[in-house]
Design a protein around this ligand. Sequence first.
Ligand code: ADP
Ligand code: MG
Ligand code: MG
Length: 450
Amino acid sequence: SLCVKQPIGKELFQQFCWAQPDLQNYMTLLKDLVGQTGTRMQPNVTFLLKCKKFKLRKELHRFLSQEPFNKYQDSMFFDRFLQWKKLERSQINKKLFRQYRLLGKGGFGEVWACQVRATGMMYACKKLDKGHVKRRRGENLALNEKQLLEEVDSRFVVNLAYSYETKRTLCMVLTMMSGGDLKFHIYNMGQRGLDRNRVCFYAAEVCCGLTHLHEKLIAYRDLKPENILLDDKGHIRISDLGLAVKLSEGRLVRGHVGTLGYMAPEVINGHKYGLCVDWWGLGCLIYEMTAGKPPFKGRKENVMRQELELRITKEQETYDEKFDEEVKSICTALLNKNPKERLGCSGSGGRDVKSHPFFQEINFRMLEAGLIEAPFTPDPRHVYCSDVQDIDEFSTVRGVVHTDKDDQFYKQFNTGSVPLSWQNEVTSPNRKVKGQREVRPCSSCRGRLQ
Ligand code: ADP
Ligand code: MG
Ligand code: MG
Protein backbone atom coordinates (compact mmCIF):
# COMPACT_ATOMS: atom_id res chain seq x y z
CA SER A 1 0.00 0.00 0.00
CA LEU A 2 2.72 2.52 0.93
CA CYS A 3 5.07 2.01 -1.99
CA VAL A 4 3.07 0.45 -4.82
CA LYS A 5 -0.67 1.11 -4.55
CA GLN A 6 -0.78 4.72 -3.37
CA PRO A 7 0.30 6.93 -6.29
CA ILE A 8 2.18 9.48 -4.18
CA GLY A 9 3.78 6.77 -2.06
CA LYS A 10 4.93 4.97 -5.20
CA GLU A 11 6.42 8.09 -6.77
CA LEU A 12 8.29 9.13 -3.63
CA PHE A 13 9.63 5.64 -2.91
CA GLN A 14 10.90 5.42 -6.48
CA GLN A 15 12.49 8.86 -6.23
CA PHE A 16 14.20 7.73 -3.05
CA CYS A 17 15.56 4.60 -4.73
CA TRP A 18 16.84 6.49 -7.76
CA ALA A 19 18.67 8.83 -5.40
CA GLN A 20 20.63 5.92 -3.84
CA PRO A 21 23.72 5.03 -5.91
CA ASP A 22 23.63 1.41 -4.72
CA LEU A 23 20.01 0.96 -5.81
CA GLN A 24 20.17 2.47 -9.28
CA ASN A 25 20.96 -0.82 -11.01
CA TYR A 26 17.95 -2.45 -9.40
CA MET A 27 15.73 0.43 -10.46
CA THR A 28 16.93 0.24 -14.06
CA LEU A 29 16.15 -3.47 -14.09
CA LEU A 30 12.72 -2.87 -12.57
CA LYS A 31 11.95 -0.20 -15.11
CA ASP A 32 12.88 -2.53 -17.98
CA LEU A 33 10.80 -5.34 -16.56
CA VAL A 34 7.73 -3.17 -16.02
CA GLY A 35 8.11 -1.67 -19.48
CA GLN A 36 8.20 -5.07 -21.17
CA THR A 37 5.52 -6.84 -19.21
CA GLY A 38 3.06 -4.06 -19.87
CA THR A 39 -0.08 -4.61 -21.88
CA ARG A 40 1.53 -4.25 -25.28
CA MET A 41 3.35 -7.57 -25.12
CA GLN A 42 5.74 -8.38 -27.92
CA PRO A 43 4.47 -11.43 -29.77
CA ASN A 44 7.80 -13.26 -29.56
CA VAL A 45 7.88 -13.17 -25.77
CA THR A 46 7.22 -16.74 -24.79
CA PHE A 47 5.13 -17.81 -21.88
CA LEU A 48 8.21 -19.12 -20.11
CA LEU A 49 9.97 -15.79 -20.45
CA LYS A 50 6.90 -14.00 -19.10
CA CYS A 51 6.94 -16.25 -16.06
CA LYS A 52 10.64 -15.65 -15.49
CA LYS A 53 10.12 -11.90 -15.66
CA PHE A 54 7.18 -12.10 -13.31
CA LYS A 55 9.28 -14.06 -10.83
CA LEU A 56 12.16 -11.64 -11.16
CA ARG A 57 9.88 -8.69 -10.52
CA LYS A 58 8.53 -10.35 -7.42
CA GLU A 59 12.08 -10.97 -6.21
CA LEU A 60 12.94 -7.32 -6.80
CA HIS A 61 9.90 -6.16 -4.87
CA ARG A 62 10.86 -8.45 -2.02
CA PHE A 63 14.39 -7.10 -1.98
CA LEU A 64 13.24 -3.47 -2.03
CA SER A 65 10.75 -4.11 0.75
CA GLN A 66 13.52 -5.03 3.21
CA GLU A 67 16.65 -2.92 3.80
CA PRO A 68 15.83 -0.19 1.23
CA PHE A 69 12.33 0.25 2.67
CA ASN A 70 13.78 0.62 6.18
CA LYS A 71 16.20 3.27 4.95
CA TYR A 72 13.39 5.01 3.07
CA GLN A 73 11.55 5.54 6.34
CA ASP A 74 14.46 7.62 7.68
CA SER A 75 14.66 9.74 4.54
CA MET A 76 13.24 13.13 3.67
CA PHE A 77 11.22 11.43 0.91
CA PHE A 78 9.23 9.59 3.55
CA ASP A 79 8.84 12.82 5.57
CA ARG A 80 7.33 14.36 2.50
CA PHE A 81 5.00 11.39 2.11
CA LEU A 82 3.83 11.87 5.70
CA GLN A 83 3.17 15.54 4.99
CA TRP A 84 0.96 14.48 2.12
CA LYS A 85 -0.85 11.98 4.32
CA LYS A 86 -1.48 14.69 6.88
CA LEU A 87 -2.97 16.86 4.20
CA GLU A 88 -5.02 13.95 2.89
CA ARG A 89 -6.55 13.43 6.31
CA SER A 90 -7.57 17.02 6.93
CA GLN A 91 -11.25 17.71 7.51
CA ILE A 92 -13.32 18.24 4.38
CA ASN A 93 -16.14 20.74 4.15
CA LYS A 94 -18.16 22.32 1.39
CA LYS A 95 -15.76 25.25 1.06
CA LEU A 96 -13.35 22.94 -0.74
CA PHE A 97 -15.72 22.84 -3.74
CA ARG A 98 -17.33 25.12 -6.25
CA GLN A 99 -20.85 24.04 -7.10
CA TYR A 100 -22.30 24.05 -10.62
CA ARG A 101 -25.46 22.60 -12.18
CA LEU A 102 -27.90 20.05 -10.88
CA LEU A 103 -27.29 16.67 -12.56
CA GLY A 104 -30.06 14.50 -11.25
CA LYS A 105 -32.23 13.45 -8.40
CA GLY A 106 -32.14 10.34 -6.28
CA GLY A 107 -34.18 8.84 -3.49
CA PHE A 108 -32.60 10.83 -0.66
CA GLY A 109 -31.48 13.99 -2.41
CA GLU A 110 -29.84 15.62 -5.39
CA VAL A 111 -26.66 15.15 -7.38
CA TRP A 112 -24.71 18.28 -8.35
CA ALA A 113 -21.67 18.93 -10.53
CA CYS A 114 -18.83 20.34 -8.45
CA GLN A 115 -15.18 21.24 -8.77
CA VAL A 116 -12.35 21.15 -6.25
CA ARG A 117 -11.13 24.73 -6.01
CA ALA A 118 -7.46 23.90 -5.48
CA THR A 119 -7.04 21.34 -8.28
CA GLY A 120 -9.79 22.12 -10.80
CA MET A 121 -10.97 18.48 -10.75
CA MET A 122 -14.65 18.00 -11.59
CA TYR A 123 -16.81 15.59 -9.61
CA ALA A 124 -20.46 14.71 -9.06
CA CYS A 125 -21.62 15.36 -5.50
CA LYS A 126 -24.43 13.11 -4.33
CA LYS A 127 -26.14 14.82 -1.43
CA LEU A 128 -28.33 12.89 0.96
CA ASP A 129 -30.73 15.01 2.93
CA LYS A 130 -30.29 14.14 6.64
CA GLY A 131 -34.00 14.67 7.29
CA HIS A 132 -35.07 12.31 4.50
CA VAL A 133 -32.55 9.69 5.52
CA LYS A 134 -33.77 9.77 9.09
CA ARG A 135 -37.48 9.81 8.31
CA ARG A 136 -37.13 6.82 5.98
CA ARG A 137 -34.59 5.02 8.20
CA GLY A 138 -32.00 5.07 5.42
CA GLU A 139 -28.94 5.21 7.71
CA ASN A 140 -27.75 1.67 7.02
CA LEU A 141 -28.39 2.01 3.29
CA ALA A 142 -26.42 5.24 3.08
CA LEU A 143 -23.53 3.92 5.12
CA ASN A 144 -23.52 0.66 3.17
CA GLU A 145 -23.30 2.52 -0.15
CA LYS A 146 -20.51 4.77 1.09
CA GLN A 147 -18.46 1.94 2.56
CA LEU A 148 -18.76 -0.25 -0.54
CA LEU A 149 -17.82 2.66 -2.82
CA GLU A 150 -14.76 3.27 -0.69
CA GLU A 151 -13.63 -0.27 -1.33
CA VAL A 152 -13.89 -0.27 -5.11
CA ASP A 153 -11.12 0.89 -7.37
CA SER A 154 -12.03 0.23 -10.97
CA ARG A 155 -12.28 2.27 -14.14
CA PHE A 156 -15.67 0.58 -14.72
CA VAL A 157 -17.32 1.54 -11.44
CA VAL A 158 -17.96 5.06 -10.16
CA ASN A 159 -15.32 5.80 -7.51
CA LEU A 160 -15.64 7.77 -4.30
CA ALA A 161 -13.21 10.65 -3.76
CA TYR A 162 -14.54 12.33 -0.60
CA SER A 163 -17.33 11.98 1.90
CA TYR A 164 -18.29 14.80 4.22
CA GLU A 165 -21.27 16.36 5.93
CA THR A 166 -22.91 19.77 6.08
CA LYS A 167 -25.55 20.91 8.51
CA ARG A 168 -28.35 19.45 6.41
CA THR A 169 -26.74 16.88 4.14
CA LEU A 170 -24.36 13.94 3.87
CA CYS A 171 -22.26 14.18 0.71
CA MET A 172 -20.50 11.61 -1.44
CA VAL A 173 -18.16 13.10 -4.03
CA LEU A 174 -18.02 10.73 -7.02
CA THR A 175 -16.38 10.37 -10.42
CA MET A 176 -18.02 12.86 -12.77
CA MET A 177 -19.99 11.15 -15.53
CA SER A 178 -21.10 13.85 -17.92
CA GLY A 179 -22.35 11.75 -20.86
CA GLY A 180 -25.75 10.77 -19.48
CA ASP A 181 -27.07 7.32 -18.61
CA LEU A 182 -27.70 4.38 -20.95
CA LYS A 183 -31.46 4.75 -20.59
CA PHE A 184 -31.21 8.16 -22.19
CA HIS A 185 -29.00 6.83 -24.97
CA ILE A 186 -31.27 3.85 -25.68
CA TYR A 187 -34.53 5.82 -25.83
CA ASN A 188 -33.91 9.55 -26.36
CA MET A 189 -31.38 9.75 -29.18
CA GLY A 190 -33.49 9.11 -32.27
CA GLN A 191 -34.04 5.45 -33.03
CA ARG A 192 -34.63 3.11 -30.09
CA GLY A 193 -31.82 0.77 -29.17
CA LEU A 194 -28.10 0.97 -29.90
CA ASP A 195 -26.05 -0.44 -32.75
CA ARG A 196 -24.33 -3.76 -32.28
CA ASN A 197 -20.87 -2.21 -31.86
CA ARG A 198 -21.94 -0.09 -28.93
CA VAL A 199 -23.95 -2.88 -27.32
CA CYS A 200 -20.89 -5.11 -27.38
CA PHE A 201 -18.53 -2.40 -26.07
CA TYR A 202 -20.79 -1.31 -23.19
CA ALA A 203 -21.57 -4.91 -22.28
CA ALA A 204 -17.84 -5.69 -22.17
CA GLU A 205 -17.13 -2.72 -19.89
CA VAL A 206 -20.04 -3.65 -17.60
CA CYS A 207 -18.65 -7.17 -17.55
CA CYS A 208 -15.30 -5.84 -16.29
CA GLY A 209 -17.05 -3.71 -13.67
CA LEU A 210 -19.05 -6.69 -12.44
CA THR A 211 -15.95 -8.86 -12.29
CA HIS A 212 -14.25 -6.24 -10.12
CA LEU A 213 -17.22 -6.05 -7.75
CA HIS A 214 -17.48 -9.84 -7.62
CA GLU A 215 -13.79 -10.18 -6.80
CA LYS A 216 -14.60 -8.15 -3.72
CA LEU A 217 -17.64 -10.39 -3.10
CA ILE A 218 -20.01 -7.52 -3.78
CA ALA A 219 -23.33 -8.44 -5.41
CA TYR A 220 -24.54 -5.34 -7.25
CA ARG A 221 -28.22 -6.34 -7.59
CA ASP A 222 -29.50 -3.32 -9.53
CA LEU A 223 -28.24 -3.61 -13.09
CA LYS A 224 -30.39 -1.56 -15.49
CA PRO A 225 -29.71 1.10 -18.15
CA GLU A 226 -30.40 3.99 -15.74
CA ASN A 227 -27.52 2.96 -13.52
CA ILE A 228 -24.90 2.79 -16.24
CA LEU A 229 -23.37 6.22 -16.83
CA LEU A 230 -21.17 7.52 -19.67
CA ASP A 231 -18.18 9.81 -19.20
CA ASP A 232 -16.98 12.53 -21.57
CA LYS A 233 -14.92 10.03 -23.61
CA GLY A 234 -17.80 7.58 -24.00
CA HIS A 235 -16.65 4.95 -21.51
CA ILE A 236 -19.18 3.67 -19.02
CA ARG A 237 -19.18 3.02 -15.30
CA ILE A 238 -21.59 1.19 -13.05
CA SER A 239 -23.10 3.67 -10.59
CA ASP A 240 -25.49 3.73 -7.62
CA LEU A 241 -24.32 1.00 -5.25
CA GLY A 242 -27.28 1.67 -2.97
CA LEU A 243 -28.62 -1.87 -3.25
CA ALA A 244 -25.29 -3.66 -3.41
CA VAL A 245 -24.39 -6.12 -0.69
CA LYS A 246 -21.14 -7.62 0.53
CA LEU A 247 -21.35 -11.40 0.86
CA SER A 248 -19.29 -13.08 3.51
CA GLU A 249 -17.16 -15.86 2.04
CA GLY A 250 -19.29 -18.54 0.43
CA ARG A 251 -22.51 -17.28 1.98
CA LEU A 252 -25.67 -16.49 0.08
CA VAL A 253 -28.24 -13.82 0.87
CA ARG A 254 -31.97 -13.55 0.62
CA GLY A 255 -33.92 -10.38 -0.05
CA HIS A 256 -36.48 -9.08 -2.51
CA VAL A 257 -34.11 -6.41 -3.77
CA GLY A 258 -33.69 -4.74 -7.13
CA THR A 259 -35.92 -2.97 -9.64
CA LEU A 260 -39.18 -4.49 -10.85
CA GLY A 261 -38.67 -6.01 -14.28
CA TYR A 262 -34.93 -6.58 -13.83
CA MET A 263 -34.89 -8.91 -10.82
CA ALA A 264 -33.65 -12.45 -11.38
CA PRO A 265 -36.12 -15.34 -10.94
CA GLU A 266 -34.37 -16.59 -7.78
CA VAL A 267 -34.77 -13.13 -6.22
CA ILE A 268 -38.48 -13.01 -7.08
CA ASN A 269 -39.01 -16.53 -5.74
CA GLY A 270 -37.45 -15.63 -2.41
CA HIS A 271 -34.63 -18.16 -2.73
CA LYS A 272 -31.14 -17.64 -1.39
CA TYR A 273 -28.86 -16.21 -4.05
CA GLY A 274 -25.33 -14.91 -4.68
CA LEU A 275 -23.33 -13.08 -7.33
CA CYS A 276 -25.25 -14.89 -10.11
CA VAL A 277 -28.09 -12.39 -10.03
CA ASP A 278 -25.82 -9.83 -11.70
CA TRP A 279 -25.23 -12.06 -14.74
CA TRP A 280 -29.00 -12.22 -15.17
CA GLY A 281 -28.90 -8.40 -14.97
CA LEU A 282 -26.27 -8.25 -17.72
CA GLY A 283 -28.58 -10.40 -19.87
CA CYS A 284 -31.43 -7.92 -19.35
CA LEU A 285 -29.10 -5.05 -20.21
CA ILE A 286 -27.76 -6.56 -23.45
CA TYR A 287 -31.33 -7.43 -24.42
CA GLU A 288 -32.63 -3.92 -23.76
CA MET A 289 -29.74 -2.16 -25.54
CA THR A 290 -30.39 -4.34 -28.60
CA ALA A 291 -34.18 -4.44 -28.71
CA GLY A 292 -34.93 -0.97 -27.36
CA LYS A 293 -37.21 -2.55 -24.77
CA PRO A 294 -36.68 -4.64 -21.63
CA PRO A 295 -36.98 -8.43 -22.06
CA PHE A 296 -40.27 -9.03 -20.27
CA LYS A 297 -42.29 -5.91 -20.94
CA GLY A 298 -43.29 -3.74 -23.91
CA ARG A 299 -41.81 -0.25 -24.05
CA LYS A 300 -44.86 1.61 -22.80
CA GLU A 301 -46.81 -1.39 -21.56
CA ASN A 302 -48.35 -1.12 -18.12
CA VAL A 303 -47.97 -4.45 -16.38
CA MET A 304 -49.02 -5.37 -12.87
CA ARG A 305 -46.23 -6.48 -10.60
CA GLN A 306 -47.59 -10.04 -10.28
CA GLU A 307 -47.96 -10.47 -14.04
CA LEU A 308 -44.43 -9.20 -14.65
CA GLU A 309 -43.01 -11.52 -12.01
CA LEU A 310 -44.89 -14.43 -13.53
CA ARG A 311 -43.42 -13.68 -16.96
CA ILE A 312 -39.90 -13.45 -15.54
CA THR A 313 -40.12 -16.70 -13.62
CA LYS A 314 -42.10 -18.77 -16.14
CA GLU A 315 -42.04 -17.38 -19.67
CA GLN A 316 -39.40 -17.54 -22.37
CA GLU A 317 -38.33 -14.13 -23.71
CA THR A 318 -38.67 -13.59 -27.46
CA TYR A 319 -36.11 -12.35 -29.95
CA ASP A 320 -36.89 -10.31 -33.05
CA GLU A 321 -34.79 -9.62 -36.16
CA LYS A 322 -32.58 -7.08 -34.33
CA PHE A 323 -30.81 -10.00 -32.65
CA ASP A 324 -28.11 -11.79 -34.62
CA GLU A 325 -27.00 -15.32 -33.75
CA GLU A 326 -24.42 -14.30 -31.13
CA VAL A 327 -26.44 -11.64 -29.31
CA LYS A 328 -29.29 -14.07 -29.07
CA SER A 329 -26.99 -16.80 -27.82
CA ILE A 330 -25.45 -14.68 -25.04
CA CYS A 331 -28.83 -13.30 -23.95
CA THR A 332 -30.36 -16.77 -23.79
CA ALA A 333 -27.39 -18.05 -21.78
CA LEU A 334 -27.47 -15.13 -19.32
CA LEU A 335 -31.25 -15.14 -19.00
CA ASN A 336 -31.29 -18.78 -17.97
CA LYS A 337 -33.88 -19.05 -15.20
CA ASN A 338 -31.82 -21.63 -13.37
CA PRO A 339 -28.84 -19.87 -11.74
CA LYS A 340 -26.88 -23.14 -11.68
CA GLU A 341 -26.97 -23.33 -15.48
CA ARG A 342 -26.63 -19.61 -16.18
CA LEU A 343 -23.60 -18.26 -18.05
CA GLY A 344 -21.20 -16.59 -15.60
CA CYS A 345 -22.20 -18.76 -12.68
CA SER A 346 -19.78 -21.65 -13.08
CA GLY A 347 -17.37 -20.12 -10.56
CA SER A 348 -14.85 -18.90 -13.13
CA GLY A 349 -15.28 -15.28 -12.05
CA GLY A 350 -16.80 -14.09 -15.31
CA ARG A 351 -14.18 -15.66 -17.58
CA ASP A 352 -16.82 -17.79 -19.30
CA VAL A 353 -18.84 -14.67 -20.12
CA LYS A 354 -15.81 -12.85 -21.51
CA SER A 355 -14.95 -15.78 -23.77
CA HIS A 356 -18.43 -16.04 -25.30
CA PRO A 357 -18.31 -15.55 -29.12
CA PHE A 358 -20.37 -12.37 -28.72
CA PHE A 359 -17.22 -10.73 -27.33
CA GLN A 360 -14.77 -12.18 -29.85
CA GLU A 361 -13.79 -8.72 -31.15
CA ILE A 362 -13.01 -7.42 -27.66
CA ASN A 363 -9.49 -7.60 -26.28
CA PHE A 364 -10.29 -7.56 -22.58
CA ARG A 365 -6.72 -6.92 -21.44
CA MET A 366 -6.51 -3.79 -23.59
CA LEU A 367 -9.96 -2.74 -22.45
CA GLU A 368 -9.03 -3.10 -18.79
CA ALA A 369 -5.89 -1.07 -19.36
CA GLY A 370 -7.99 1.75 -20.85
CA LEU A 371 -6.35 1.38 -24.26
CA ILE A 372 -9.50 0.96 -26.34
CA GLU A 373 -11.34 3.95 -27.69
CA ALA A 374 -15.09 4.12 -27.20
CA PRO A 375 -17.24 3.71 -30.34
CA PHE A 376 -19.27 6.81 -29.51
CA THR A 377 -18.03 10.05 -27.93
CA PRO A 378 -20.60 12.32 -26.32
CA ASP A 379 -20.71 15.80 -27.81
CA PRO A 380 -19.33 18.16 -25.15
CA ARG A 381 -21.85 20.84 -26.19
CA HIS A 382 -24.78 18.54 -25.56
CA VAL A 383 -26.34 17.78 -22.18
CA TYR A 384 -27.46 14.16 -22.12
CA CYS A 385 -30.11 14.46 -19.43
CA SER A 386 -33.28 16.24 -18.44
CA ASP A 387 -33.47 20.01 -18.26
CA VAL A 388 -32.75 21.32 -14.81
CA GLN A 389 -36.34 22.59 -14.71
CA ASP A 390 -37.62 19.08 -15.33
CA ILE A 391 -35.83 17.68 -12.33
CA ASP A 392 -38.24 18.17 -9.45
CA GLU A 393 -37.22 20.33 -6.59
CA PHE A 394 -36.14 18.37 -3.54
CA SER A 395 -38.08 19.47 -0.52
CA THR A 396 -36.36 19.54 2.85
CA VAL A 397 -38.00 17.66 5.66
CA ARG A 398 -38.78 19.79 8.65
CA GLY A 399 -39.36 18.87 12.25
CA VAL A 400 -36.82 16.03 12.43
CA VAL A 401 -34.86 16.09 15.68
CA HIS A 402 -31.31 14.79 15.54
CA THR A 403 -30.08 12.69 18.42
CA ASP A 404 -26.70 11.44 19.66
CA LYS A 405 -27.21 8.27 17.70
CA ASP A 406 -27.57 10.30 14.50
CA ASP A 407 -24.36 12.12 15.27
CA GLN A 408 -22.60 8.82 15.64
CA PHE A 409 -23.83 7.77 12.19
CA TYR A 410 -22.80 11.11 10.65
CA LYS A 411 -19.35 10.68 12.14
CA GLN A 412 -19.02 7.22 10.56
CA PHE A 413 -20.07 8.72 7.25
CA ASN A 414 -17.91 11.83 7.39
CA THR A 415 -14.47 10.33 6.74
CA GLY A 416 -13.03 12.90 4.32
CA SER A 417 -10.70 11.98 1.46
CA VAL A 418 -10.39 8.48 0.03
CA PRO A 419 -6.60 7.94 -0.29
CA LEU A 420 -6.31 6.50 -3.82
CA SER A 421 -8.75 8.93 -5.45
CA TRP A 422 -7.30 11.88 -3.58
CA GLN A 423 -3.71 11.05 -4.50
CA ASN A 424 -4.69 10.56 -8.12
CA GLU A 425 -6.40 13.93 -8.11
CA VAL A 426 -3.57 15.97 -6.61
CA THR A 427 -0.95 14.36 -8.85
CA SER A 428 -3.08 14.28 -11.99
CA PRO A 429 -0.99 15.30 -15.02
CA ASN A 430 -3.37 18.15 -16.02
CA ARG A 431 -2.36 20.11 -13.01
CA LYS A 432 1.39 19.53 -13.11
CA VAL A 433 3.64 21.98 -14.85
CA LYS A 434 5.15 20.33 -17.94
CA GLY A 435 8.41 18.60 -17.21
CA GLN A 436 8.01 18.95 -13.47
CA ARG A 437 8.58 15.57 -11.89
CA GLU A 438 8.75 16.48 -8.27
CA VAL A 439 5.75 15.59 -6.16
CA ARG A 440 5.08 18.40 -3.72
CA PRO A 441 1.95 19.79 -2.11
CA CYS A 442 0.67 22.75 -4.17
CA SER A 443 1.10 26.21 -2.68
CA SER A 444 -2.48 26.53 -1.47
CA CYS A 445 -2.20 23.05 0.08
CA ARG A 446 1.05 23.98 1.81
CA GLY A 447 -0.76 26.89 3.40
CA ARG A 448 -3.25 24.47 4.91
CA LEU A 449 -0.45 22.25 6.18
CA GLN A 450 0.85 24.75 8.69
P1 ADP B 1 -30.25 7.11 -5.97
O1 ADP B 1 -29.41 6.08 -5.34
O2 ADP B 1 -30.92 7.94 -4.93
O3 ADP B 1 -31.16 6.58 -7.03
P2 ADP B 1 -28.32 7.87 -7.94
O4 ADP B 1 -26.96 7.51 -7.47
O5 ADP B 1 -28.96 6.94 -8.90
O6 ADP B 1 -29.26 8.13 -6.69
O7 ADP B 1 -28.25 9.34 -8.56
C1 ADP B 1 -29.38 10.00 -9.02
C2 ADP B 1 -29.16 10.65 -10.40
O8 ADP B 1 -28.06 11.56 -10.34
C3 ADP B 1 -28.77 9.65 -11.47
O9 ADP B 1 -29.89 9.12 -12.11
C4 ADP B 1 -27.94 10.50 -12.43
O10 ADP B 1 -28.75 11.25 -13.30
C5 ADP B 1 -27.26 11.47 -11.51
N1 ADP B 1 -25.91 11.01 -11.16
C6 ADP B 1 -25.61 10.12 -10.18
N2 ADP B 1 -24.28 9.88 -10.11
C7 ADP B 1 -23.71 10.64 -11.07
C8 ADP B 1 -22.34 10.85 -11.52
N3 ADP B 1 -21.32 10.22 -10.93
N4 ADP B 1 -22.14 11.71 -12.54
C9 ADP B 1 -23.17 12.34 -13.12
N5 ADP B 1 -24.47 12.20 -12.77
C10 ADP B 1 -24.74 11.36 -11.75
MG1 MG C 1 -30.56 5.55 -8.91
MG1 MG D 1 -29.43 4.19 -4.98
